[in-house]
Design a protein around this ligand. Structure first.
Ligand SMILES: N[C@@H](CCC[C@H](N)C(=O)O)C(=O)O
Length: 289
């Protein structure tokens, strides 16, 4: 079973090309593969296939609106084996992988996700380094909710960018306080507001066109970046500043990305790195069944 390993601002993924959709991604296998001691180690898995092939194999019950059967589809799994609708860093790595591997010759094409079509522009696609812009679609504001860490409450804006986020921008949260937050355990949130769980971002106020962010991801834990989370963070920071549109540099533990929001529609531009390729032992994979 071939794999590549990549990351987008250190949000890392095992990429599994599976054009025939022959790989069984049962949750126990995903968790083992993503485990950093037992497996290859990653925040999530990106299965590479066409939308029609995934539907024919029963992985997708239906192809989401706006995606054609022969469009590429990012079948994303969180490290705990759960399925998420979207992954912004994942789409960049996915598009970079497709173009760097020669599976795709175009520089502008659609990547399907469970949240819908995500158009990409691949600005650069080296064997190792890539640079990709992703059309992230509509940013839907859900209202105010809160999260807490060690009894400290943070008020934030619920935001849907295909998957759910709570982006907490605090007036007095500066880089040092952000760095000191303990995200080794999951922040508490309101399950009535987020019945399917939530990704929680802690965000400094907008300053000189930029914010800093840390994130606790649903289905993973703290990660060094979350692309959809950076869009939610940018939207919440702009609102906190009395605006709805603008371009924001979002600094995360693993680097920085650019988010542009115009009339409620977002674009995300950032790097991708493909650092390894190889094969997974069939015996090991079978032993996980
Ligand atoms: N890291 C991703 C988001 C992955 C999905 C998320 N954990 C969820 O369950 O919604 C990103 O870059 O957007």
């Amino acid at each position: 079973m071939d794999f590549s390993k990549g990351h987008g601002t250190q949000n890392d993924f095992v990429v599994l090309p599976d054009l025939d959709v022959a790989i069984d991604l049962a949750p126990a296998r995903v968790t083992a593969l993503c485990d950093r001691r037992q497996g290859l180690g990653a925040d999530g898995i990106l299965r590479v296939a066409r939308a029609g092939a995934l539907a024919d194999a029963g992985v997708l019950t239906e192809i989401p609106t706006g995606i054609a059967a022969d469009d590429w589809f990012m079948d994303y799994r969180n490290g705990d084996g759960s399925i998420a609708e979207m992954c912004g860093n994942g789409v960049r790595v996915f598009a970079h992988y497709l173009t760097a591997s020669g599976l795709e010759n175009r520089r502008e094409f659609v990547v399907g996700s469970r949240a819908g079509a995500r158009p990409v522009v691949v600005h650069a696609t080296g064997a190792t380094a890539g640079d990709v812009t992703v059309g992230m679609g509509t940013v839907t504001e859900l209202g105010t909710s809160s999260a807490s860490i060690e009894g400290r409450a943070f008020t934030g804006m619920g935001i849907d960018v295909g998957n759910p986020h709570l982006a907490c921008v605090e007036k007095d949260l500066h880089a040092e306080q952000l760095a000191a937050l303990d995200l080794s355990i999951a922040p508490a949130f309101d399950p009535a507001f987020f019945p399917h769980g939530v990704n929680v971002e802690f965000v400094t106020p907008l300053e000189d066109g930029g914010v800093s962010m840390r994130v606790y991801e649903r289905g993973v834990g703290e990660t060094r970046s979350c692309g959809t989370g950076t869009v939610a963070a940018a939207a919440a920071a702009l609102r906190h500043d009395g605006r709805s549109d603008g371009t924001v540099t979002v600094k995360v533990l693993g680097g920085a990305v650019q988010v542009a929001i115009d009339k409620g529609v977002a674009e995300l531009r950032g790097p991708s790195v493909l650092l390894a390729a190889g094969s997974i032992s069939d015996d090991w994979w079978r032993s996980l069944a």
